[in-house]
Design a protein around this ligand. Structure first.
Ligand code: GTP
Ligand code: MG
Length: 205
């Protein structure tokens, strides 16, 4: 509740930079910068989320063709923290072997990174969470890290329906109301509220 009544401002990032794209654990940055990690199905809008939060259209590579991001991309935000853009899971045109590789790379990262402050799981607001999404939320819950769910592409449904779609996704995932936010990278719905959650997570070490 407090979140909705106090004045909110987006964080100002002066110099957002793409830092590195990695495949293996040995390539993860060795510093201790906190990480805000983006997970979700292929094409759900993870890269667009990063761009929309920092108001830079082209920083994180987005694509209308799903399954393009196979690596883990680190975006350095003023040396304060990273947005870590994970590869999307569940791209049906990818071979099973490749899908397994993506799954392994996500798990390896979540298991081994010591600097995760918050995991943001994106789910398309229009779709019921799939088996992959359910596995992912269970995996995330088990890591013990702080997390939120962001239901993306809210501009694609009528405003009057947003809350009921969010509620049904929330129930499917078995999470509480304060952990789920509707979002649109087009209209920037809830951008400031989500920034506030990120700030809060960065202030906890
Ligand atoms: P992968 O890297 O393949 O896993 O995809 P991703 O999750 O990074 O998705 P990306 O940000 O590349 O977006 C995929 C497509 O959805 C692009 O065509 C985006 O323009 C579109 N998109 C992303 N977010 C939104 C949104 O909030 N609203 C609308 N209308 N389109 C969106
Ligand atoms: Mg992407």
């Amino acid at each position: 509740m407090a979140r909705h009544v106090c004045a909110m401002k987006s964080m100002i990032i002066k110099n957002p930079k793409f830092e590195i794209s990695v495949m293996n654990k040995s390539q993860y940055p060795k510093n201790k910068l906190p990480q805000i990690v983006l997970a979700g199905k292929s094409n759900v809008g993870k890269s667009s989320f990063v761009n929309s939060l920092i108001n830079r259209k082209g920083l994180a590579r987005t694509s209308s063709e799903p399954g393009k991001t196979r690596q883990i991309n680190f975006y350095n935000m003023d040396e304060r923290f990273y947005f870590v853009d994970l590869p999307g899971y569940g791209y049906s045109k990818m071979s099973k072997a490749e899908q397994n590789k993506v799954g392994e790379s996500i798990e390896t990262f979540l298991r081994n990174s010591k600097n995760i402050n918050l995991i943001v799981l994106l789910i398309d607001i229009r779709h019921k969470p799939g088996e992959n999404d359910k596995m992912m939320i269970e995996y995330i819950k088990n890591t013990g890290h702080r997390f939120i769910v962001v239901t993306s592409k809210a501009d694609k449904i009528a405003k009057t329906k947003v809350q009921s779609y969010v509620d049904s996704i929330r129930k499917e995932l078995g999470i509480s109301e304060d952990l789920i936010f509707a979002f649109s990278s087009e209209t920037k719905l809830n951008r400031d509220v989500i920034w506030e959650v990120i700030e809060e997570s960065l202030s906890i070490q």
